[in-house]
Write a protein of this length. Sequence first.
Length: 242
Amino acid sequence: MASSAPSPLPASRVRRVLAGFIDIMMVAAIGILVPLPPEWRLVVGTGSAVLITMLQAVTGASPGQVLTMVRLRRAVRPTQAPGRAALGRAALFVLAALPTFGILPLVMVAGVDDGGWRRTWYDRMAGTVVVAKERGKNPVQLVTASGRMVKVTEASVLGRAPDPVPGGADRLLPAFHDDPSVSRTHALVEPLREGIRVTDLNSTNGTHAEDADGIHRLAPGQAMTVERGRRVYFGDTECLVR
């Protein structure tokens, strides 16, 4: 059975770049402002960078990540702090940053795609992911077999071009525009701590949801909770609830 703990979401490019910038400026400020000879300033700056990395390994967050509400986690267990993986990631980051004066890591973060966990090569090699920490919400991802991701943060009407539903959610969530098996107004989706609640809105090709007993077609107006790690089908589009 899927865990009831909230599943983390990949951090945005802006948050990742801002967190890194804050950490770098903090290390630079310490190295520049400390009242010591230049050679000792370099030692102190390097030491502060090591301390930040150790803090990140134990807690999953550097000072910049705390301020931007992102966390570093293990790829295989994205609710756990990275431990030794953070040290390997830092070494790989330095190898990429030094020859390019810090430009290459920035370019890699800006260039990652919007699917999956938005991981750079040094994240992949170290086995880490950077995730967002969102307060007061239970965001859910619907991930298709092709890697397309739909983020559900509040009760929403989902479809190719959804119309408002009387007495339903105020938010409209256009999705799967290129799949004719998905109705214009297909389903009501509501994020929960344990997964997502799906209600079919009299769609043409139906909504199917998975539970411990298998996959079931929902009757129009019928709501069903789909746990994280299980699947829901909007017409022919299969989605993993994460």
